[in-house]
Design a protein around this ligand. Structure first.
Ligand code: AMP
Length: 495
């Protein structure tokens, strides 16, 4: 049976559900006592990259152990008996929001497989753009998938390889996958980290008292007390075992194109991604925004938390006070976000509250890191007006988001992206603001200390430009199929 692409492409979701959906975080450590406890700490630091589920796999010298849970890292792995439940000196972990595959426990990672050559646990941040094509081919050849997650295809490819050595089998699998990914894998002898050929998703190498650590972001190294050694390079495979760290380049050389959205929204501000402080980049975005899109205002207010560094930069550049005019309640869990419209409104108010002492009678300029559907902005603007603001101006610290992502960042389809369907003036009317402004793409690159090279952009900025850095095989196939179905339907209608 051929599986419908639509069925497997995206988790079923309420189209109006504004629950934050982040991507994933990965962590790995080799040859350290209580490896699972350290991994749990690392995952806790990466919680912002995925809040739906988490898991740890470890090896105790004889056996692998895995635990996978829905929910937060602290709830799943906070107990004092963790290192007894998950013993051993080597461990990897994963925290996720499902960007591909439904939100079922069977999709939670690390995934584990018992192969001919021994066990392998795999954790994956990112999204494969040729997963559906690979899956169909693998199923046709007899593979039985246990999950709907694209990461499982990698395990099947390793399992089916005819090469003798594990690293050769892994390499052969990697050469068949496409997309954006940071992988950590654990065998009984090795910890392996891989970054996709363009370095779209981040991965760093750290050192904890002479032992190696891999993590999606440096903030995880900081929490476990490890020092930053270097970024895993684009297209690099690092292999960590008792002999030390070795580096392999299994792909043809290409220019790096890391994801610019890590700086806009995803990464934690205290992380250093591809050598750049996320906090400093965000502040520079705000500074540039103040130059590009000034306004006569009394106060600059961030939409917390992600708008804070850019709002600070804006306020400093404009010479206007920065104030916390919106207070975020950090104790709102996912369970509060209820499905009906009224309850959802309540959910937003439970999370963000207006600070009247700052807002009443003022000309307020709100700064958010990005505007996706605009749902959040409509509610925040209304809330700020109801708190007595005289004028409300809105600035987005990212350029207009016009194109969806296929590399592991959750973005709605084009028809739901506000800026893809409306002019800036229309957006101002829809959101009910006195003025609206977006950072320019040149401004975003300026914030990264770069000038965009139009022939070979240094980052992947497809959200704003529609210039995807790889082919999108699954999407092409799905669109081809839709066309085919439409042609068949029109034939029926004609008949
Ligand atoms: P929206 O209501 O869809 O316009 O959401 C905009 C808000 O969501 C912004 O404040 C961002 O901080 C945040 N955001 C941006 N990108 C994402 C994403 N991929 N997943 C979840 N939240 C996001």
């Amino acid at each position: 049976m051929t599986l419908s692409h639509d069925h497997w492409a995206q988790p079923q979701r309420d189209p109006d559900d504004d629950t934050p959906r982040l991507e994933c975080g990965v962590f790995g450590i080799f040859d350290v006592a209580e490896a699972s406890g350290i991994t749990a700490l690392g995952l806790h630091a990466l919680q912002h990259r995925g809040q739906e589920a988490c898991g740890i796999a470890c090896f105790d010298g004889q056996r692998f152990h895995t635990e996978r849970h829905m929910g937060y890292v602290g709830d799943a792995f906070g107990g004092g008996d963790l290192n007894k439940r998950l013993p051993g000196h080597h461990a990897i972990g994963h925290t996720r929001y499902s960007t591909a595959g439904g939100s079922f426990l069977r999709n939670v990672q690390p995934m584990f497989a018992d192969l001919e050559a021994g066990g392998i646990a795999l954790a994956h941040n990112g999204n494969l753009t040729n997963f559906l094509a690979l899956r169909e081919q693998l199923v046709a050849e007899g593979s039985i998938f246990q999950s709907t997650s694209d990461s499982e295809a990698i395990l099947h490819l390793i399992a089916r390889s005819r090469r003798a050595k594990f690293l050769d089998r892994f390499t052969e699998a990697l050469q068949q996958i496409e997309g954006g990914y940071a992988l950590v894998a654990l065998t009984n002898k090795k910890l392996v980290g891989v970054r996709d050929p363009l370095g779209i998703r981040p991965l760093v190498l750290g050192d904890l008292s002479g032992k190696s650590v891999l993590a999606s972001e440096t903030c995880a190294l900081d929490l476990v007390g490890a020092t930053f050694v270097r970024d895993v390079e684009h297209g690099e495979m690092v292999v960590i075992d008792e002999t030390g760290v070795r580096s392999f380049k299994p792909f043809p050389a290409q220019r790096a194109r890391p994801c610019i959205f890590e700086y806009v929204y995803f990464a934690r501000p205290d992380s250093v991604v591809n050598g750049r402080s996320v906090y400093n980049v965000r502040k520079r975005m705000g500074r540039r925004l103040a130059q590009e899109s000034p306004a006569d205002i009394d106060v600059v207010v961030p939409v917390p938390d992600s708008g804070v560094p850019a709002a600070l930069g804006f306020a400093q550049e404009a010479g206007v006070p920065f104030e916390m005019g919106i207070i975020r309640n950090h104790y709102v869990g996912r369970t509060f976000i209820q499905p009906t419209q009224g309850e959802r409104e309540l959910g937003v108010r439970m999370k963000l509250s207006p600070n009247r002492a700052v807002l009443a009678g003022k000309r307020v300029l709100l700064v958010d890191d990005s505007i996706v559907r605009g749902t959040n902005s409509v509610r925040v603007v209304r809330m700020v007006r109801e708190a007595g603001a005289k004028e409300v101006h809105l600035r987005s610290a990212s350029p207009p988001i016009m194109w969806p992502d296929y590399y592991g960042i959750d973005m709605p389809d084009r028809d739901k992206l506000l800026a893809a369907n409306h002019s800036v003036d229309e957006i101002a009317r829809i959101l009910g603001v006195d003025s609206m402004g977006y950072l320019s793409i040149d401004g975003l690159y300026w914030a990264m200390d770069a000038v965009r090279d139009p022939v070979n952009p240094q980052y992947t900025d497809h959200y704003f430009t529609g210039e995807y850095p790889t082919r999108l095989l699954d999407r092409e196939i799905a669109e081809g199929r839709n066309e085919l179905v439409e042609r068949q339907l029109s034939f029926l209608v004609d008949a």
